[in-house]
Design a protein around this ligand. Structure first.
Ligand SMILES: [Zn+2]
Length: 409
């Protein structure tokens, strides 16, 4: 089998991103050798990276593959049919891979699109990152993913939306088992509302305590991890108390929640850049003003919560929640810069949130997330040094090469 040799670059290796200069050999899709002594042999395919910098492939812990050129829930759920949303997801998967994202977690889809795109990529029928999908978001009436006024759909839940409505603990449990049958790797649940849904703002709790407790208990019983969308103080506390694997957004995190998060090893997935984009430039992004105003109201609280979580040692993962017109798929890379500027992370800490920390969360750190001998060759080569100029992660023109399993994308 032909080896590939990447040469003339700085490789950021291991969890500490130790700089290693020289070359890196890839054999059978796996990193087989690194360092000054690696020499190309006849028959090797050698790629000169001209002094570039190589990091592990990027990851996105909060992705919705179906989000493409959308501004509000109407765009996501009603403007587009399921076939259109499916094509969007396939196109987005390839966009993400070309932007250097080799692994993503899809935290909410229509139909069962996330699962199907994962399978298509795994079969080699579509190009994209390795996908860890949830299904439709578990939500209650008047909750996170109940986006339309009561007079629409005659008070019956819309079947083809981003959410699936559950009423009571039994439905919550049954929905989890059905989603597992349909192939999900994660359960996504809307514990609170969001500024993105003016009918259920951030401070409102979208499920009853009994419903959410049932979700957590069934998921634990079935051994499937839970991503809990939680913005209100009560929802964050409940998610931390029950030990959800991740809290998504976490706008209001109080002292008690922080303690519970640390004790129960809960990871925070803030999607800070997307929420900041809504608050700061939502108007020019074409986002409805009712949504922009909600985010202006909560942004400072959100930033303060993420800072405190980081100081308390809560693991943080980068999530994009991207796919809007002026916040396209791949914008998750902005999260690294936000963590340095707003949260006070060092560049290495911030780079870990988009690689190492997500690999650990997804249970795949044996194979991906760092550059080490024996790891899968999921790599991103950049012209600039991302530890000095982290904004280069957002600049497609500064990317030299993306590799997925040793294959050049
Ligand atoms: Zn989301």
């Amino acid at each position: 089998m032909t080896r590939t040799i990447l040469t003339n670059a700085t490789f950021y290796t291991g969890e500490d991103f130790e700089a290693s200069s020289g070359s890196l050999a890839i054999d059978g899709g796996v990193i087989s050798e690194m360092g000054d002594m690696v020499a190309a042999q006849p028959g090797d395919d050698t790629i000169d990276l001209e002094g570039g910098h190589v990091i592990p492939g990027l990851m996105d812990a909060h992705c919705h593959l179906i989000y493409r050129d959308v501004a509000d829930p109407y765009d996501i759920e009603l403007r587009k049919s399921i076939p259109e949303a499916t094509i969007d997801a396939v196109v987005n998967a390839e966009i993400l891979l070309r932007a250097g994202f080799t692994t993503v977690r899809d935290v909410g889809s229509r139909g069962n699109i996330g699962v199907e795109v994962r399978n298509a990529v795994a079969r080699g029928d579509a190009r994209g990152p390795s996908i860890h999908p949830a299904g439709q978001i578990l939500s209650g009436p008047g909750g996170l993913a109940d986006f339309h006024p009561t007079h629409v759909f005659e008070d019956r839940p819309y079947r083809y939306g981003l959410g699936v409505q559950v009423i009571g603990p039994h439905e919550a449990r049954a929905t989890i088992r059905r989603q597992l049958k349909d192939g999900v790797a994660w359960i996504k649940v809307g514990v609170s509302g969001t500024g993105f849904n003016p009918l259920c703002p951030a401070e409102r709790n979208g499920l009853s305590e009994q419903e959410f407790a049932a979700v957590m208990s069934e998921a634990k019983y079935q051994g499937v991890p839970v991503a809990a969308h939680a913005e209100s103080a009560e929802s964050v506390r409940a998610a931390a108390f029950h030990g959800a694997q991740t809290i998504e957004h976490g706008i209001y995190i109080d002292d008690e929640s922080l303690e519970l998060m640390v004790r129960n090893n809960v990871t925070l997935s803030p999607t800070l850049s997307m929420y900041r984009a809504f608050a700061v430039r939502g108007g020019s992004m074409g986002i409805p003003s009712v949504i922009v105003d909600q985010h202006k109201r909560t942004h400072e609280r959100h930033a303060a919560s993420v800072r405190r979580a980081h100081e308390a040692g809560v693991p943080i993962v980068a999530g994009g929640d991207a796919g809007l017109t002026h916040f396209p798929q791949g914008s998750c890379a902005e999260e690294v810069v936000s963590y340095i500027e707003i949260v006070g992370m060092s560049p290495k800490e911030a780079l870990r949130t988009i690689t190492v920390n997500i690999a650990r969360l997804l249970g795949v750190s044996d194979t991906v997330g760092t550059i080490d001998v024996g790891k899968r060759a999921d790599l991103l080569a950049l012209r600039d040094d991302p530890l000095r100029s982290p904004q280069c992660l957002q600049d497609q023109d500064r990317k030299i090469l993306v590799m997925s399993g040793g294959e050049r994308v």
